[in-house]
Write a protein that binds this ligand. Structure first.
Ligand code: ZN
Length: 167
């Protein structure tokens, strides 16, 4: 999936998290930012990806040691990040949004023909039965649908008010 699709899914994850926890404005902005970053983070193993271009050196080393779509797309990677966040006593809404952001990335990549090494270091490619080409029509439609969904969730109270005023 393209970085755009991952970021839109991160946006939706962030929107749902603030909706669930009813966070204040500052926390909400942080939650959404963290969701988008974590939804892009697994592609740090790819120097040409949105996040890889920002952190070229880290990206280069991760790719050299692990290869593309292996360690950073695995349950092990997510578990390590969760442990680290737990140790530094991250608030539950930040923790939830980061975990969901990371998971959303792995799940979306499981929809591509290449799949992911979900159980790394066990070298099995895991993917769904139905897969789509990265950058294809489904990928682009998915990005748009996810963005619309996220905007709807964020502005839902506003939309509801508007709707009630019409009646
Ligand atoms: Zn990926």
């Amino acid at each position: 999936m393209t970085g755009k699709t991952h970021a839109s899914c991160g946006l939706l994850v962030g929107a749902l998290t603030i909706e669930y926890f009813h966070t204040d404005l500052f926390t909400s902005i942080t939650v959404i930012t963290l969701a988008v970053i974590s939804s892009l983070l697994p592609d740090i193993c790819h120097p040409q990806s949105k996040i890889g271009r920002r952190f070229k050196l880290i990206s280069f080393f991760i790719r050299m040691i692990f290869g593309h779509r292996t360690f950073t797309h695995s349950l092990l990677f997510i578990a390590i990040i969760v442990c680290l966040l737990y140790v530094i006593q991250t608030s539950s809404y930040y923790l939830v949004t980061i975990i969901l952001g990371l998971l959303s990335h792995v799940i979306l990549d499981m929809l591509t023909p290449r799949g992911v090494k979900l159980f790394y270091p066990i070298p099995i490619n895991v993917k769904f039965l139905v897969v789509f080409k990265t950058g294809g029509l489904v990928d682009i439609s998915l990005a748009s649908a996810l963005t619309i969904g996220a905007i709807y969730v964020i502005f839902q109270p506003f939309f509801n008010n508007l709707f009630l005023n019409w009646l």
